[in-house]
Design a protein around this ligand. Structure first.
Ligand SMILES: [Zn+2]
Length: 355
């Protein structure tokens, strides 16, 4: 889930094959990132793909970060990639997942069954997986409160609310911030970066100067926020704090790290890219302020002390292609983001409460 209202100059790719693949709209081939570290693509949907990473420990056991979308073809791709690097499925001892989205976590259980590996994810992500059914009903209540046109509401419930069909999985190993993954001869540390989802993790390998960022930091896409796992926190506030966290990583300068993202291509320049993502959010916040001010002016001119719906605020904000171009999941995400921006501004009192 992305939006692209502001377009800063994207960082230059480190991987030529990944950049070419993106241009051609085809998944890139298996590539060696460092000695014993490989990237591979897992296709999904209509020509899309995520990037997964194989990391070899000193004992020959492999960790797989993000097994991608769940289908037979991706298991075959993984099998072929393993053969290419002199390994077999049984060599995977750990599947570590950045976040619960189907293009990252989807294939985890299939790979676990095929390999006997353990599955690791952040405890908040497991909580979100366990609460999915209840959360879908809470999302239905949000949709009712948002005040979208009736035509859109049905599609919102199907794509953002109780109509969503989401698979469940139970991890073998729950990770917390700072945990080191069980990987012989390497230090691979989990960094909790909530925002995109509540239990999103990045993984840092300081010796090789690598950071695996999932969907937290991508080279060109502005990651959506709050896309899985409700918490009492505001995902926007969380996301900004998580960007600060990766900019301040204590590994010989965060900018020396090569970023291995969950989509697009590898790059160097984490700090500059994270700053651009902060700026993008600041633009959206300014947008929300302007929309709330316009609505307040309108209310005072008609002398009706009426509070606004989330929809009324959102339709005054600038969305790529306009709000009318957003439907279903994308519209749900836009409306949820609008509400979080308003809450982060401390102006939730200007919104109509649920009836
Ligand atoms: Zn995602």
């Amino acid at each position: 889930m992305t939006d692209a209202a502001s377009r800063p100059v994207p960082p230059a790719p480190v991987s030529a094959v990944q950049a070419l693949a993106l241009e051609q709209g085809a998944p890139p081939p298996l590539e060696e990132v460092r000695h014993g570290v490989w990237s591979l693509a897992f296709p999904f949907g209509d020509g899309d793909y995520s990037l997964g990473y194989l990391i070899e420990g000193s004992d020959g056991a492999l960790t797989l970060i993000d097994p991608g979308w769940d289908d037979d073809a991706n298991l075959d791709r993984l099998d072929a990639a393993l053969a290419d690097v002199g390994h077999a499925m049984e060599d995977i001892s750990l599947v570590a997942v950045t976040h619960l989205h189907a293009d990252h976590l989807g294939g985890a259980d299939r790979v676990r069954r095929a390999s006997g590996a353990r599955l690791a994810l952040h405890a908040a992500e497991q909580r979100a997986l366990d609460r999915r059914a209840a959360e879908a009903l809470e999302a239905d209540a949000d949709i009712a409160r948002w005040g979208a046109p009736a035509d859109d509401e049905e599609a919102l419930v199907a794509a953002w609310g109780s109509g969503r069909r989401l698979p469940h999985v139970t991890a073998d190993l729950l990770l917390a911030d700072g945990d080191e993954l069980p990987l012989a001869g390497r230090r691979l540390r989990a960094v909790h970066t909530p925002g995109h989802t509540a239990g999103h993790l990045c993984f840092v390998e300081p010796e090789q100067r690598l950071i695996f960022t999932g969907d937290h930091v991508l080279p060109r896409i502005n990651p959506g926020i709050g896309l899985g796992g409700r918490t009492d926190a505001n995902p926007l506030t969380d996301y900004l704090a998580s960007l600060d966290r990766v900019m301040a990583l204590d590994v010989a300068g965060a900018d020396a790290l090569e970023v291995c993202p969950g989509h697009e291509y590898r790059f160097v320049g984490l700090v500059e890219r994270a700053r651009a993502l902060v700026d993008h959010r600041a633009d959206r916040t300014a947008d929300a302020v302007a929309a709330l001010d316009a609505l307040a002016a309108l209310a005072s001119s008609t002398s009706k002390a009426q509070r606004s719906t989330v929809w009324q605020v959102a339709e005054r904000m600038s969305w790529t292609g306009g709000i009318a171009s957003l439907h279903g999941y994308r519209l749900g995400s836009a409306l949820a983001q609008t509400e979080w921006h308003v809450q982060a501004l401390g102006r939730a009192g200007e919104l109509r409460p649920s009836s």
